[in-house]
Structure formats: C-alpha cells, structure tokens
Design a protein around this ligand. Structure first.
Ligand code: NAP
Length: 501
C-alpha cells in the first residue's frame, strides 16, 4: 500500500457507546479522519441508553467515571444517575463532532477479511471496505434470561432490567424480582417504597459495601466549571483510593482484602438487626468473589415491611406468579428479570470471518481468549475493545478504554510507519499471554468458590489478575515480536462441498 494511504487508513468503529465515542475522538486527534461509526440504535450511549431501570446509577464515583480529557462539573451526585451519564456522553460526542459522523440504526452484520481489507455489510445492505475494524460493542449487552419452567405462561407484565417497560406504573403493585446483583439491588432500593409488595427471589446472597452517595451543590459545581485541572485532580484522587483498596483487595493483597472484608461484614452486621434475615443475606464466599456491590440503601429497603426476601429456590412460573420449591406461590402483577447478561458474546452475533475464512465462533470454539484483550490471532487489523481479561471490576471502565485506545493507536502507528504489514498478534503470543494471566489468578478472590459472570464456561476468571499500574505499564510499549512482521499467507478455505468431494 502507498505510504500516503497508510497515513490516513479507513476505520470502521462498531458501536457509539462510551468506547466508540472515545475511539473516534482519539483517531481524529491522531490524524485519522476516514472513520465510519455504525450504531445499531437511534441514539448513542451504549449501556446508559439501554439501561433505564429505576435507580440506575454508576457505582464508580462520577468524577472518576469521565474521560480524562473532559471532566464534567455538572455531576449532580457522587454516583451519577443513568440519565446524567447519558447526557454527558451526548454532550461530549457532540462537542467533539462525533455525533454527526455516526450512522444510526445501522449495525454491522458481516465483516470478512480479504486481501488486506475488511469487507463489511451492514443491516441496511450497505457494503464497503476498510483497513481497520474496531469493535466497541461493549460487554454486558446481551440480556440473560433464566431457564425457568413456565416463563411464557405468566399473565402479568414481565421484562428484563435492560428492557425496562416504562408504560407500567409500579405504584401499589405486587412486584417480584429475580436476581440480586448490582442491577437488582439498585432497583430494589428505588422501588421498594413505591410498590405495594415486593418479593425478592435470591439464589445467592451478595456482599454489599456501603459508600454513601452525596448530592453536589451549585457551589461544588461552580468551583469545578472551567477548571479541567481540578476535575482531573479529583478524578485521580478517587482513582487512587479505588486502586489501593478495592483493586488490591481482589487481586491478592491480603491486608487490603481483610480491611474491605471487615468493613463489608460490619456493614451487614450493623445494618440488618434480625438474625434470621441477616443469615439469609450472608454469603458463604469471599468478599469480592462476585463483583462487590456498592449500596447505602439496599439493606434499608430489604427490611421494609412490604418487602420479602425469598430464598427457597424457584420451581416454576405460573400464570399468576412464581412458585417456589415446596409449592408456595407468590402472586404477582409484575415480574422483573434481573438475571444479568451473557458477557462472552461480545460483538456476536456479527458474522465475523478473519484470515483463512475462519469465523470468530471457530476461533473461540474452545475458549474466548485474546492477546492483551484486544487482538485476536487470525483477525488482522481488528480490535476488540474491553475484550476478555480487561481489568473490569469495581474500577472505571472509561479509564480501561482509554488505556486500550492508546494501545490500539500505537499499534496503528506501527502499521502507518510500515513496521507491521498487518496488525496481527501471533497465536504463540496469545497462548503465552493467557498463561501469564492464568499464573496470576490463583491469588485472586475470583477463584474463591463462587459463581459469577467473571468466570468463563471453564470456570476461569476472564479478568486481569495483577495491579492496575502493571496493566497500564504493560500497555505503554508494543512488543513487536508478538506480532506477525509480514502478513501470513492466506490459506484458501476449503468449502464444505469441496471437502465432501
Ligand atoms: P449479575 O451480577 O450477573 O447478577 C445476576 C443475578 O441473577 C444474580 O443474583 C444471580 O444469582 C441471579 N440469577 C441468574 N440466573 C438465575 C436463575 N436462573 N434463577 C435465579 N437467579 C438467577 O447481573 P447484574 O446485576 O445485571 O449485573 C451485571 C454487571 O453489570 C455488574 O456486575 C456490573 O459489572 C454491571 N452493573 C454495574 C452497575 C454500576 O453501578 N456500575 C450497575 C448495574 C450493573 P447467582 O448469584 O446465584 O448466580
């Protein structure tokens, strides 16, 4: 390829959520202007557009949950509410001229790599080709529905938390909620005082850490307006605390873990007085094994007179409600499914085929793995943002995306300078990297005997097991030896008919 064309490659960014917007901004800052952003919905915002349930908020402090280059003086609460976050992304996207570049209501259906280019087909039937594809499709966006007998027979209203039905007013209603994760606890805290009766179906109790929320005053906001430096300082202060407490606690620092553990258990002891209820709410696994829930309101809500915590397993769903083992039926008007997401689907069901005609399903048949979370051997010039083993957890996913975006841009620079003919990590590098991750898992709390969405189908945590600082450091330099220096020759795939012959 001509050197000039290499300077301004064409890039397709899939998804206009937090990561897609960030990627578009940073690509342009790097002088890459030929960008196509495809967004399946009619609005940007990703998870904050999709999750509109009552009580939706971010449990990472708001001033830390911002792009490092664009603080937000207007946060209303320490833990920003969903609509505030949605507004923030809309503002930033528009300020940086990203919104006008987004092709809304158009998803990427097919992406095939051929002759050094990605050939793309969208849901509108549009076809085009690009040098790079960046999948900024998010992690938790495929709702997981429980496999419970009789789900279809329920005659009341029923919906998943990520598909909230705002047409139904919950006031005075008999409501049931299945699941007690981060989402459910936020909903319970918000609706308990409004509904007639709330039955919480808990399969496994969760550890809850209490960090009180705080409303920011007009004076707080005025102090920050126009002062990016001060906002960055505030953000770093929160990040410093998170890194040195929660992040350390889950990745093997015994002192940090015992402090967080003690505070979490004390929260339960002090907040829930009834020993029977407390026993029901006490997990039997290590604090942090499942994602630690931050809430200052949940224990209060669960102790309300109109709230009942059901811990007997669900037998089936009937026309009128939920029947638990032993036959007791909880009659309900509304049933909320708060059972989480399929975290390993990533950019699928997109029909994605890399070099040699290998599909992503084939590549991930045995295990969903990547090199440094973003590079997939066999899929040159393709980047999966927030891929497997990104250090997700109780930290800002924006900070993670910023590190990965810088990493991807450094890789693109090597391609632009001609150091790499294509950007493709080798299979050996991926294997080595994943062995390195595995070696660190043993000391983490995620292997502490609980089931969580952090674990892949083999029970291995798809998380980053070392420190945040180490993760950042390891993304500063590109290990060129981990990449194919020249494009590997393509093997023409054998079609089924040829095989049979
Ligand atoms: P989740 O953490 O995966 O929780 C799902 C809940 O549903 C669990 O209590 C689980 O029980 C239960 N469940 C699943 N299948 C069930 C079944 N068949 N029968 C009964 N119960 C079942 O999902 P989530 O609450 O939606 O949260 C997912 C993630 O989203 C969070 O961990 C977090 O990363 C993110 N999130 C973040 C925020 C934020 O403030 N930043 C807010 C909400 C969500 P078991 O524990 O027994 O499996």
């Amino acid at each position: 390829m001509e050197n000039k064309a290499r300077q301004n490659p064409s890039v397709a960014v899939i998804g206009a959520g937090m990561t897609g917007i960030l990627m578009a901004i940073k690509l342009r800052e790097a002088g890459i202007t030929d960008i196509t952003i495809l967004e399946k919905a009619d609005r940007l915002g990703g998870t904050w557009r999709e999750n509109t349930y009552p009580g939706v908020a971010c449990d990472v402090p708001a001033h830390m949950y911002t792009y490092s280059f664009r603080g937000n003086p207007e946060w209303e609460h320490r833990f920003a509410h969903g609509d505030e976050i949605q507004k923030y992304f809309e503002e930033v996207s528009s300020e940086y001229g990203v919104t006008e570049q987004i092709r809304f209501n158009e998803s990427l259906d097919q992406a095939h790599y051929e002759d050094g280019k990605w050939k793309l087909v969208t849901s509108k039937g549009n076809r085009f080709e690009v040098d790079f594809v960046v999948a900024a499709t998010g992690i938790l966006h495929h709702p997981a529905y429980p496999d419970i007998e009789g789900m279809d027979s329920f005659k009341g209203h029923m919906w998943h938390t990520a598909r909230w039905n705002h047409d139904v007013d919950l006031t005075g209603k008999r409501v049931g909620i299945i699941g007690t994760g981060s989402t459910s606890t936020q909903i319970i805290a918000d609706i308990a005082g409004k509904v007639g009766h709330l039955t919480v179906f808990q399969r496994t109790p969760q550890w809850i850490f209490n960090i009180p929320d705080k409303d920011y005053t007009e004076a707080d906001k005025a102090r920050l307006r126009g002062n990016q430096k001060l906002m960055a300082k505030l953000s770093e202060r929160y990040a410093f605390v998170m890194r040195n407490t929660f992040t350390k606690a889950v990745t093997g620092n015994k002192l940090a873990h015992s402090v967080i553990s003690w505070m979490t258990k004390r929260n339960l002891r002090k907040s829930v007085r009834d020993p029977e209820l407390r026993a029901k709410l006490t997990p039997d696994y290590k604090v942090g094994c499942k994602r630690l829930i931050f809430s200052s309101k949940f224990y209060h809500a669960i102790q309300r007179e109109n709230v009942f915590l059901e811990t007997t397993g669900i037998d089936h769903i009937s026309e009128g409600g939920v029947v638990v083992n032993g036959g007791q039926e909880h009659e309900l008007d509304v049933l909320i499914i708060a059972t989480g997401f399929h975290p390993f689907n990533f950019m699928r069901p997109m029909d994605l085929t890399g070099r040699d005609g290998r599909s992503i399903d084939q590549a991930w048949e045995k295990k969903v793995q990547a090199y440094r979370s973003v590079c997939l051997p066999g899929f040159p010039n393709f980047f999966l943002m927030l891929g497997p083993n990104s250090p997700i957890g109780n930290y800002s996913v924006i900070a993670m995306s910023e590190v990965q975006t810088r990493y991807v841009l450094k890789l693109m620079d090597h391609w632009r300078q001609g150091d790499l003919e294509t950007i493709e990590a080798t299979e050996e590098a991926k294997v080595r990297y994943n062995e390195y991750l595995k070696a660190g898992m043993g000391k983490t709390v995620w292997v502490g005997g609980c089931q969580s969405w952090y674990l892949d189908p083999d029970g291995d945590p798809a998380m980053w097991p070392y420190s945040w600082d180490q993760w950042v450091k390891e993304h500063e330099e590109i290990a060129l030896e981990d990449f194919h220096r020249t494009a590997p020759a393509e093997i023409v795939p054998i079609r089924p008919a040829e095989k049979a012959a």
